[in-house]
Design a protein around this ligand. Structure first.
Ligand code: PEP
Length: 247
């Protein structure tokens, strides 16, 4: 059975004291939630500090980076490699739409990063999604995922997480419907392993997460804004746990 997952992407938010407080609140608030894997992804600069707070990925609360370079080391000012991240974190978000759009990350670059993450023993959370909703969306997203996974073998596909995030829903006030998301996810499922968790992201909140979690195709959620409020994030984790236990 695939594990239910909830991932919080803090993006370029928090200062050091916010990060410490938020990580502590989340650690304490999810202590008793056992059947869900919870991942928080702070800015790279706070990873070490947060890893101390959440006891270095022990148990069901894990830590993720938001990005890596695809090379291990060298003259790449400002970059962080997978081999650096693996000392403190277990996961890494790769190919988020904000990186694809603002930093010109192509599917080819994403595929190299996925390979680097797997080589380093990290779990890549590979993000895909269409910019605009159209009749061709499914075809576009399937192509995007295939190209983002070039060179990844069958066994490795079991080690990844896929996040379906329609770009028009990320950071917006309009989530995709669970039915539409499930339809897209069904098509992505054919590309990966039956073991690969596929999650949804885009304007998830406590008001709509129930409907996503009722769909067996959707293994969890990737949350942006709501992950910056400790109590809201804990509430979402509880809902994922509650719904995925009974389905
Ligand atoms: C995201 O950043 O991936 C995201 C889904 O953001 P939000 O939940 O704020 O829409």
């Amino acid at each position: 059975m695939r594990r239910p997952l909830i991932i919080g992407n803090w993006k370029m938010n928090t200062n050091i004291s916010d990060a410490v407080v938020l990580a502590t609140v989340i650690r304490d608030g999810v202590e008793d939630i056992s059947n869900v894997e919870i991942v928080i992804c702070p800015p790279a600069i706070w990873l070490t500090e947060v890893s101390e707070i959440i006891h270095k990925n022990i148990g069901h609360l894990g830590l993720g980076a938001q990005n890596i370079h695809y090379l291990t080391d060298g003259s790449y000012t400002g970059e962080v490699s997978a081999t650096m991240v693996r000392d403190v974190a277990k996961y890494v978000i790769i190919g988020h739409s904000e990186r694809r759009n603002s930093f010109a990350e192509t599917n080819g670059i994403v595929a190299r990063k996925v390979a680097a993450a797997l080589d380093a023993g990290l779990v890549p959370i590979v993000c895909v999604g269409e910019k605009k909703k159209s009749e061709k969306s499914a075809v576009e997203i399937v192509k995007q995922l295939k190209e983002s996974l070039v060179g990844i073998n069958k066994n490795e596909l079991e080690q990844i997480v896929v996040a379906y995030e329609p770009v028009w829903a990320v950071g917006a006030d309009e989530p995709a419907t669970p039915e539409y998301s499930a339809q897209i996810i069904n098509q992505l499922r054919a590309i990966v392993s039956p073991q690969t968790p596929i999650i949804y992201g885009g304007d998830v909140s406590s008001g709509n997460i129930y409907s996503f979690m009722q769909r067996p195709e959707i293994d969890g959620v990737l949350v942006g804004r709501e992950s910056l409020n400790g109590q809201n994030f804990i509430k979402l984790c509880r809902i994922v746990a509650e719904y995925k236990k009974i389905i």
